[in-house]
Design a protein around this ligand. Structure first.
Ligand code: URP
Ligand code: ZN
Ligand code: ZN
Length: 462
């Protein structure tokens, strides 16, 4: 099967140029002036931008909070219409089992035959047992070269203490496994939450009050110190504060292999959203909490300057009417997390590229190329290089749209970015050479997504 995408502006992480792109049997085959080439499908992309399919390295299709579970891979067509062709999902280790068998089983039951875009996995430590430690050196061979530990969420089954982080880092560094952390000080949050509740401060806004920037900054610094102690690489997920970014910058200046991402909602939403009336604020309960203008501005600067490496969605498909309402009397019971995989590219385009904050190449780097490297899948994903998977997005920069839950495929009853303007749209998407989005609509089918085997030695080892 040959697909010829003609006359588009091809955007890579380094540059952009007008050219044709030939996809053959699911791979990028040629780039250049291909007027003589015949193809089974010809796509006219004049005036449009041709981008590599996005890699969203932070999505949750199985996260549970106090018994409430997010929407799963059956909603991954939402990633596709948003220009993401690979998602990387966090899988909690089953207690009493190793990570490899947990993820292998999870993959068979929850992703194979269901996923509508390609997918890879991060393991999440819940049980720092001998089984886990025996598995870490074998993770890369199994295709799961990244592991996350939650420093936050005291008392929850997925919380990890510092000794577990250190042990995992020790083992991981020998095996090309990058340890990731959700960096927030669980004890301080617990103390501040109790104080709020004692004072009758039960509304969603107090989620942010009980998780001030300092709890994230402190935990980020601590995680970096554990990485320093063990001489291991570290990847900090969803960075939101100036203090945390500065800690990462200092570590990098010392030559440490410390990296981080931020997420669309931290760039665009605000702590004040949590104060919305009639419990609407619960829609914005995610951790770390949404910040204020100073931190937001610094996050934009951080992705411009490359201090942070990627922008993810941290997509978490809880609904508001039932699941978020579990915390109507106590914000601590509101499931943490917000949907967003469908809007990542459109938002970065509109509020990054269109405002002059990001070049198109910077966007490509943050939403596709770097996340592919970080997760050891850049041998096939994240760029339009010859020989790589033909995952291609055609972005039409014309027109203005209003983001709304009405047209969303995320399967939730709200959209975190409701009413915000989006400039341009994802017009078409090809997944390994097959068109899965036409005229902005999903046209693929369940099970079309395939597992992507992550390799050892991601960005942290370059
Ligand atoms: O609030 C969030 N971010 N929920 C998803 C789980 C996590 O902490 O990443
Ligand atoms: Zn997290
Ligand atoms: Zn997350």
């Amino acid at each position: 099967m040959k697909v010829l995408i003609k006359n588009g502006t091809i955007v890579t992480a380094e540059s952009e140029f007008i050219a044709d792109l030939l996809l053959v049997d699911g791979k990028i085959d040629q780039v250049g002036n291909l007027t003589e080439v015949e193809a089974d499908q010809v796509y006219e992309a004049k005036g449009k931008f041709v981008l590599p399919g996005g890699v969203d390295q932070h999505v949750h299709f199985s996260f549970e909070f106090n018994g409430a579970k997010v929407r799963g891979f059956e909603t991954s067509n939402a990633a596709a219409v948003g220009g993401t062709t690979t998602v990387i999902e966090f899988v909690n280790q089953d207690k009493g089992r190793g990570l490899i068998e947990t993820i292998d089983d999870y993959r068979k039951e929850n992703a194979e035959g269901i996923a509508m875009v390609d997918y890879a996995f991060h393991g999440v430590v819940t049980d720092p047992s001998e089984q886990l430690f025996e598995d870490i050196p074998k993770l890369a061979e199994a295709g799961y070269p990244t592991v996350k530990l939650f420093m936050a969420y005291k008392g929850m089954f997925f919380h990890s203490d510092d000794d577990a982080i250190a042990k995992c880092m020790e083992l991981g560094k020998e095996a090309g496994i990058t340890m990731m952390v959700h960096a927030e000080n669980a004890d301080l949050i617990d103390m501040l939450q109790k104080k709020c509740i004692e004072n009758g401060q039960v509304e969603p806004f107090y989620h942010a009050v009980s998780r001030p920037p300092i709890v994230e900054t402190e935990a980020t610094e601590r995680a970096i110190n554990i990485a320093r102690l063990t001489d291991a690489p570290l990847y900090v997920v969803h960075v939101t504060t100036k203090g945390a970014v500065d800690a990462i910058k200092r570590a990098q200046a010392e030559g440490m292999r410390v990296f981080g991402e931020t997420c669309t909602h931290y760039l665009l939403l605000d702590k004040s959203d949590l104060a919305k009336e009639n419990f609407e604020g619960a829609k914005y309960v995610c951790s770390p909490a949404l910040r204020e203008e100073d931190d937001r501005n610094y996050l934009w600067q951080s992705i411009q300057k490359g201090w942070l490496n990627a922008v993810s969605s941290d997509h978490c498909g809880f609904d508001w009417a039932k699941q978020k309402h579990m915390g109507i009397d106590d914000f601590r019971n509101i499931p943490n997390g917000a949907p967003g995989m469908e809007n990542r590219l459109g938002l970065l385009w509109t509020y990054g590229v269109e405002t002059g904050k990001l070049t198109r190449s910077e966007l490509v780097n943050l939403y596709a190329t770097n996340p592919a490297k970080i997760n050891g899948i850049d041998y096939c994903k994240g760029s339009l290089e010859i020989g790589k998977d033909a995952d291609v997005v055609i972005y039409d920069p014309s027109g203005e749209y209003s983001i709304s839950v009405e047209s969303s495929l995320q399967g939730t009853d709200y959209n975190s970015f409701e009413g915000m303007t989006q400039k341009g749209r994802v017009e078409a998407v090809f997944l390994r050479g097959k068109q899965i989005v036409k005229d902005g609509k999903y046209t693929g089918h369940q099970g079309q997504g395939e597992f992507v085997h992550g390799k050892a030695f991601g960005l942290a080892y370059r």
